[in-house]
Design a protein around this ligand. Structure first.
Ligand code: ASP
Length: 609
């Protein structure tokens, strides 16, 4: 037998047993005539004791870090116990050992606090994966996957694989393409998601489908994206939005319970997209903390149903507010005594290009009920009090106000809210708050092309009340400046996103299942009948043969794992991730291919630059 136990298994109960272990040498420590070795495998670490009698063998066969070792010996009680590890009460008194394989000196230490930088660890990912911290992440990922599969299985979902070599599925990114040797000059696209296939499975009557599946999107890799990532992809037949929300709240709660031991008993909050944008400036708000936006001024067409309170800030001669399209305030609790240095730092923070504001206006709501602002010249106490009341600010709070063009200002206010939430310790790592954001706009205006694009994807159904609107209206936007007045701007989608602590963890929709409506939708996106047939003839065809009402959702599996693991980065939860340039630096991909492969594909390379 190669080993009788693992390196994480032996306890005091095993005292005096003769055992054999196998693993990697973590450390070698020599104390006078005896040698201690920490032996590591996936399950833990066991201390080995090499007595003086083994010195000659050790000299003939010296051990080094990461050597692969098989040892036999007797389990002894340790005199110097280590309570930090489960095997810390025992050690193995080695009677014989075999070096199964040597190791070069690893380029970084295989420890929780390694000395290796990101690039080095990516290049030697197989060594990085030996580190406990990384292993824990992959174990968590496995647990999330297991919990997901159990829940979905218990709820009648069936795991069905869908192909990777397909035709473009529009999820708003560029496709990765694969040339076909047998069909020279033609290309497959890798799926951005299995969207159309899961819908076809509903047409085929499979009723409840799921897959934990790779998706491929060739997008610019902002901070924390990967060109290939994993989704929990689901679809259901004969359902309304409410069925989906309930089913998948259930899934996430189950994952919380199985993976984190958390009973999430609270009702999952729900919020319309309009309300999220109005109240938080963001369609994936972190609702763990109370700070809300106070919309002092906004263009009326953006929130036609909201009350205009711009008279509070306008007409005092303060040009910054008078000339701004939008003025938005937040009240930072308990910050009225911020020093000049602190407020200056906040001003610098909003002026950074990522936030893009020209400055920040402050109103201190002093504990004694007085106000002090950076614009006292223009605003008397009465006005300051009125603004403070509108912003729901209490004595002791600091009001921060940004002003500028609507979109940028709203985003800046949202960023500032999050920044203050973090600064004030209001975004607690072990506090989880789920939220459904509902009723998204169906379309988004693509400025450069002056046309509508699907906000989610083209298979998302409009809200039933808005369907009539779509069919009767022309998608052409005559006056780009006034696109928001076009009837399509107000059509709502039967779509929903699940948000966890300010991250979108899942999103989906009730789908279009009638051919005519699907054609209307494609037409709205500027596709003529030929293009529709070329790209989606198969789906339109399927809709002629009894397509049932259906809907679904997909969760970002890597992201969900990273949030549950308390990490900012999805990379930490992927065994072999790509770097920020989309490269796998370990295997050195992408890379050039052989001339012969080009020939077989009948492709000539002619790079533009
Ligand atoms: N396919 C969608 C996505 O990847 C999810 C869905 O609509 O089910 O975002």
């Amino acid at each position: 037998m190669f080993r009788t136990h693992t390196c994480g298994q032996l306890r005091l109960e095993n005292k005096n047993e003769t055992v054999t272990l196998a693993g990697w040498v973590q450390t070698v420590r020599k104390f006078g005539s005896i040698t201690f070795v920490d032996l590591r495998d996936r399950y833990g670490i066991t201390q080995l004791l090499f007595a003086e009698s083994l010195n000659a063998s050790l000299e003939a066969n010296p051990l080094g870090r990461e050597y692969v070792l098989q040892v036999s010996g007797t389990v002894n009680e340790r005199s110097n116990k280590n309570t930090n590890i489960p095997t810390g009460e025992i050690e193995l008194a080695v009677s014989s050992f075999t070096i199964l394989n040597k190791s070069a000196v690893p380029p970084f230490t295989i420890q929780d606090d390694t000395d290796g930088g990101d690039d080095l660890r990516m290049k030697y990912r197989y060594l990085d994966l030996r580190r406990n911290a990384v292993k824990k992440n992959l174990e968590l990922r496995y647990a999330v996957g297991r919990s997901t599969r159990n829940y979905l299985h218990e709820n009648n979902f069936m795991d069905i694989e869908t192909p990777f070599l397909i035709k473009s599925t529009p999820e708003g990114a560029r496709d990765f393409v694969v040339p076909s040797r047998m069909n020279a000059g033609q290309f497959y696209a890798l799926p951005q998601s299995p969207q159309t296939f899961k819908q076809l499975l509903m047409v085929s009557g499979y009723d409840r489908y799921y897959q934990i599946v790779k998706c491929f999107r060739d997008e610019d890799l902002r901070a924390d994206r990967q060109p290939e990532f994993t989704q929990i992809d689901c679809e259901m037949c004969f359902v309304e939005q409410e069925d989906i929300l309930q089913t998948f709240e259930g899934l996430v709660k189950r994952i919380f319970k199985d993976v984190k031991g958390i009973e999430y008993t609270e009702k999952v909050e729900r919020m319309t997209w309009e309300n999220a944008m109005w109240t938080y400036g963001n369609d994936k708000p972190d609702i763990r903390f109370e700070i809300k936006l106070c919309n002092l001024k906004f263009p009326s067409h953006t929130f036609p149903d909201r009350k205009d309170i711009s008279s509070l800030v306008s007409g005092t001669g303060f040009n910054v507010f008078d000339d701004a399209e939008s003025v938005i305030a937040i009240a930072a609790p308990g910050c009225s005594e911020y020093t000049r240095k602190q407020t200056d730092e906040l001003t610098e923070w909003v002026k950074r290009p990522q936030v893009g504001m020209k400055g920040l206006v402050f109103i201190k709501c002093n504990i004694d009920g007085t106000y002090k602002s950076s614009v006292d010249k223009f605003y008397n106490t009465e006005r300051l009090k009125a603004i403070a009341d509108a912003a729901n600010a209490k004595a002791g709070d600091l009001i921060l106000i940004v002003a500028g063009p609507e979109e940028r200002t709203r985003k800046a206010a949202s960023d500032l809210r999050m920044y203050m939430g973090t600064t004030l310790g209001l975004r607690k790592a072990d506090d989880y708050k789920l939220l459904w954001v509902l009723d998204f706009p169906l379309f988004e205006y693509a400025e450069e092309e002056n046309r509508w694009v699907a906000r989610h994807h083209p298979f998302t159904s409009p809200k039933p009340d808005d369907i009539g609107n779509m069919i009767n209206n022309n998608p052409v936007i005559e006056n780009a400046a006034e696109y928001l007045k076009h009837p399509y701007a107000n059509i709502k989608a039967n779509a929903y996103d699940m948000v966890l602590n300010g991250n979108e963890i899942g999103g989906g929709s009730i789908r279009i299942y009638q051919k005519e409506l699907q054609e209307k939708m494609f037409a709205a996106l500027g596709m003529d009948a030929r293009e529709q047939q070329h790209k989606f003839g198969f789906l339109l065809g399927a809709f002629e043969y009894g397509a049932p009402p259906h809907g679904g959702i997909a969760f970002g599996f890597d992201r969900l794992c990273s949030i549950l693991g308390g990490s900012e980065s999805i990379r930490d939860f992927i065994a072999f991730p790509k770097n920020n340039s989309g490269r796998d630096v370990m295997i050195d991909a992408p890379s050039t291919i052989d001339e012969k492969q080009f020939e077989e594909l009948q492709i000539k390379l002619n790079l533009h630059s």
